[in-house]
Design a binder for this molecule. Structure first.
Ligand code: PMP
Length: 403
């Protein structure tokens, strides 16, 4: 037998190789945080990669919500929600979310990842799931965990999905599952066509609105609201770790479906309840989000400034017009080197390689938040000008600066 740990040694070696070539972008600890400025390796740098789109994670009111809930309920629920781990604040948050999204009910889970894993509970042996190939890892794993047959359609290719639906001979039910706003490339699913296909082929439709709730659609109610199709989406999942500045997630749907997840989804039933701090923070963030819609507008306006600036450098900026600003690099090593150079220039972003994106689609993911200033956006663009040139990308790459 081979040693099971061989793969760990290979991974360690790979990481060492990346460090030696100044291109290891993973897990850099933040030593302190002051709004959009964080301390890394003792230096203050601009955080331009966080999903804190509305700038609420460090908002005093949100932090106060976390503190008050902790003081009232303690640091942990120390039990599964179905046993002793439910607190009244969970119910309050569930009712708030259901009302906000115009759904009958909602159930919270301890992370967004566990929220999506819960979908596996619906997927029995006779069922079939149709998933966009670019879906978040948690949706991929939900499909793997369930017993249903799993079909992946090419990203955004609804003609491919329709062929799969038409060719399916499943005896049970069908579920189409997609991200609303795709997290890495910043594009939005073609919801009108998905709704139409779900209706015509009698499948149910689940949309993961992790990145779009708080940003897109009237009142920030997400991609379903953006298309005016809320009543045609059967299940909405979401997370508190983006716009709501907290941690945790939820499923919103009709009451019977929510109760089914509450009582049967293993990732909810067998995990300690959402911590009081996360619950209190999410509730406070909902208040701020609803009271201050201008945060959303600010994030979009700053993203547009960022996009224009980066395009002015001849960088391959993708995505739509949302605060997710992907800079396509298309090469794993160059992508990691660009990340490193950017950190050296005082800007902390995300280097995204496989499995976050397919091989060949490597990108640096910049995120703009309502908490940034115009001056910070301009500093990020300036940093890109120098860093990109050093790795051979963008307008100034020909100017002779070597990697
Ligand atoms: N869905 C999507 C689309 C995500 O991007 C993420 C996290 N990045 C999740 C679900 C999981 O959420 P969480 O981080 O709250 O576990």
């Amino acid at each position: 037998m081979a040693d099971l740990f061989d793969k760990c040694a290979a991974s360690t070696e790979r990481a060492a190789g990346m460090r030696a070539t100044r291109s290891f972008p993973y897990g850099k600890p933040v030593e302190a945080r002051d709004g959009t400025v964080v301390t890394v390796d003792g230096r203050r740098v601009i955080m331009a990669g966080s999903n804190d789109y509305l700038g609420l994670a460090t908002d005093a009111r949100v932090v106060a919500g976390a503190v008050a809930a902790t003081e009232k309920y303690g640091a942990s629920c120390t039990g599964a929600p179905i046993m002793t781990g439910t607190i009244a604040l969970h119910r309050e948050l569930e009712e708030r979310l259901a009302a906000f999204l115009g759904r009958e009910a909602a159930v919270v889970a301890t992370t967004g990842f566990q929220t999506n894993l819960a979908l596996a509970t619906l997927l029995g042996r006779d069922d079939v799931v149709f998933a966009d190939a670019a879906n978040h890892a948690s949706l991929v794993d939900a499909a793997r965990l369930g017993f249903a047959r799993h079909h992946r359609y090419r990203h955004g290719d609804t003609a491919h999905l329709e062929r799969l639906l038409a060719g399916s001979d499943a005896r049970g039910g069908g579920l189409i599952v997609t991200d609303g706003l795709f997290s890495m490339e910043g594009d939005v699913c073609d919801l009108p066509t998905l709704v139409d296909l779900a209706g015509r082929y009698h499948a149910r439709l689940a949309v993961d609105c992790a990145h779009d709730i708080g940003l897109l659609g009237p009142g920030g109610r997400g991609v379903p609201a953006m298309f005016g199709l809320e009543s045609r989406v059967d299940i909405v999942t979401g997370t508190f770790s983006k716009c709501l500045g907290s941690t945790g997630g939820f499923i919103a749907a009709e009451r019977g479906v929510v109760d089914f997840f509450r009582h049967h989804a293993r990732s909810i039933v067998f995990s300690a309840g959402l911590p009081p701090a996360s619950t209190g923070a999410a509730l406070a963030a909902l208040d701020v989000m609803e009271a201050e819609p201008e945060r959303r507008e600010r994030a979009f306006a700053l993203a547009s400034r960022m996009r224009d600036g980066l395009r002015g450098l001849d960088l391959a900026v993708g995505g739509g017009d949302t605060p997710i600003v992907p800079v396509h690099v298309g090469d794993d090593f160059v992508c990691r080197r660009l990340w490193w150079e950017l950190l050296g220039e005082g800007v902390f972003v995300n280097a995204v390689s496989s499995p976050g994106v397919p091989v060949g689609r490597e990108l640096v993911r910049v995120c703009v938040t309502a908490g940034h200033s115009e001056a910070q956006v301009d500093r990020v663009v300036d940093a890109f000008a120098r860093a990109a040139a050093r790795v051979g990308l963008g307008a100034e790459a020909g100017a002779g600066a070597g990697a």
